[in-house]
Design a protein around this ligand. Structure first.
Ligand code: OAD
Length: 361
C-alpha cells in the first residue's frame, strides 16, 4: 500500500494522444471546449457554476496535503465537513464492504444469500432476517475501539472547525469517540437503537445485543409479533429525515470537505461531494482514488465527482492522499501542529475504554 500525495501523478499527458504537439493539443482542447459548451447548453445541462467566476479561482496554493493544511491555517473559522465510510473503522477490526478478499461482501458464502447485498436489503430481511442477525452478532459494537481517524474528527470538533460529520457507518464508533449527537449525521442509521417493525415500539442497544448474542431473533415484547430491527437503513428504506434536512443546510456553507475511507458508490451519500460550493476544496483520504468525475460528466462540463487533475481549467481544488486513513489523519494533525494532542487523546481514550471493558467483564 502506497502512502503518498498522489496528485502529481495525474500530470502525465493524455495517454490517448501521446504524439501530438502541445500547440495542436491546445487547438483541439479549445474546439472540444466549444463543442462541449454548445452541447451542454442545447441539452440544458450546463452547470451554472460553469459560468461562475468563483469556480475558476485558485483556492489552494498547491494541490497537496500541504495546500490543504495552509488553507485551514489561513481560514481561522474554517467550516469543515467530514464524510466517512467503513475504511475509518477497519483498523478497529471491523471489515469494510467492498475491499477485495477482506470486505464483507466477499465473505458471506455461509449465509446462502441470493446476492451479497441481500443481507442489507429490506425485502430480503422481511422474508428472512436470520442472516442479518447472524452477521450482526459478528459486527456488534462489542470490544471495538474508535480509531485515530475517529479521534482526529473529534479533534476537529474540539478545535471548533467541524461543521458536521456525515457517516455511512453503523458501528457507533463516532459516538464512542465522543462526537456529540448534534454534530453527527448517521446517514445509514445506527445499531444504537431499534424498533419493532410491526408496532414501532422502541428498543435499546443493550436489549437487542442480549438477544443477538444469544443467537435469538429479537421479537417485540409489546405486540409479541414483530421483529425488532436495529435502526440501520437497509437498501429499500428511506434515509433519516435529519440527513436531508441537514445536507440542505450544511453543504452550501462548508469551506472544506474531507472524505475518508469510502468507496463513494452508495447513493445518495456519494453525491454529497457535489453539494459543496464550486470553490470548496475537497480532500480524499483513502487507500484508492474514488468518486471521480466520469467521462460524460467531464465532456458535458457537469460539476459531478472529484477531479484530481492539476491541469484543470477550474484551478483545481481536489486533493487525493492515498494510504491508510489513520496515517493520513495523523499526518494532517502533525502538519496542523496537533500531532501530540491526537496521540494523547487516542492513548487516554483507549485506556479509559479498556478499563471500562475490564470492569464489565
Ligand atoms: P466500502 O467497503 O464500499 O469502501 C471502503 C473504502 O475504504 C474502500 O475504497 C477501501 O479501499 C477503503 N479503505 C478500507 N480500509 C481503509 C483504511 N484503513 N484506510 C484507508 N482506506 C481504507 O465501504 P463504504 O463506502 O462505507 O450500506 O460503503 C458504503 C455502504 O455500502 C455502507 O454504508 C453499506 C454498504 O452497502 C449499508 O449498509 C446500507
Amino acid at each position: 500500500m502506497s502512502e503518498r500525495d498522489d496528485t502529481e501523478k495525474e500530470e502525465k499527458p493524455n495517454e490517448e494522444t501521446p504524439n501530438i504537439s502541445s500547440e495542436q493539443e491546445e487547438v483541439e482542447d479549445c474546439d472540444m471546449e466549444k463543442i462541449r459548451k454548445y452541447l451542454a447548453q442545447k441539452l440544458r445541462l450546463l452547470d451554472s457554476s460553469d459560468c461562475d467566476e468563483q469556480s475558476h479561482q485558485k483556492v489552494l496554493r498547491e494541490l497537496s496535503v500541504d495546500g490543504i493544511v495552509n488553507y485551514i491555517k489561513e481560514n481561522e473559522n474554517c467550516k469543515i465537513i467530514t464524510m466517512a465510510g467503513a475504511g475509518i473503522s477497519t483498523s478497529a477490526g471491523i471489515p469494510d464492504f467492498r475491499s477485495p478478499s477482506s470486505g464483507l461482501y466477499h465473505n458471506l458464502a455461509k449465509y446462502n444469500l441470493p446476492h451479497p447485498q441481500a443481507i442489507f436489503e429490506l425485502d430480503y430481511f422481511m422474508e428472512n432476517p436470520e442472516p442479518f442477525f447472524m452477521l450482526a452478532k459478528e459486527l456488534l459494537p462489542e470490544g471495538f475501539k474508535p480509531t485515530p481517524s475517529h479521534y482526529f474528527i473529534r479533534l476537529l470538533w474540539r478545535k471548533g472547525l467541524l461543521l458536521r460529520h456525515y457517516t455511512q457507518n453503523i458501528d457507533t464508533l463516532e459516538r464512542m469517540a465522543g462526537l456529540p449527537p448534534d454534530i453527527l449525521v448517521e446517514a445509514h442509521g445506527t445499531f444504537h437503537t431499534g424498533r419493532c417493525l410491526k408496532c414501532r415500539a422502541p428498543y435499546t442497544l443493550p436489549w437487542m445485543k442480549e438477544k443477538i448474542i444469544e443467537g435469538v431473533i429479537p421479537k417485540c415484547e409489546e405486540c409479541n409479533e414483530g421483529v425488532v430491527k436495529p435502526d440501520v437503513v437497509l437498501f429499500g428504506e428511506m434515509l433519516p429525515e435529519r440527513f436531508h434536512y441537514l445536507t440542505d443546510r450544511d453543504f452550501a456553507q462548508a469551506d472544506l470537505l474531507i472524505i475518508m475511507g469510502s468507496s463513494l458508490v452508495v447513493q445518495p451519500f456519494a453525491s454529497l461531494v457535489d453539494r459543496v460550493r464550486p470553490n470548496c476544496p475537497r480532500l480524499l483520504i483513502n487507500k484508492e482514488k474514488v468518486g471521480m468525475q466520469d467521462r460524460l460528466s467531464r465532456f458535458l462540463g457537469l460539476r459531478q465527482g472529484l477531479i484530481f487533475d492539476t491541469r484543470s481549467s477550474h484551478g483545481g481544488r481536489d486533493v487525493a492522499w492515498l494510504g491508510d486513513c489513520d496515517t493520513g489523519c495523523q499526518l494532517l494533525a502533525d502538519k496542523l501542529g496537533w500531532g501530540d494532542e491526537l496521540k494523547d487523546l487516542v492513548k487516554k481514550e483507549h485506556e479509559r475504554l479498556d478499563a471500562e471493558n475490564t470492569k464489565k467483564n
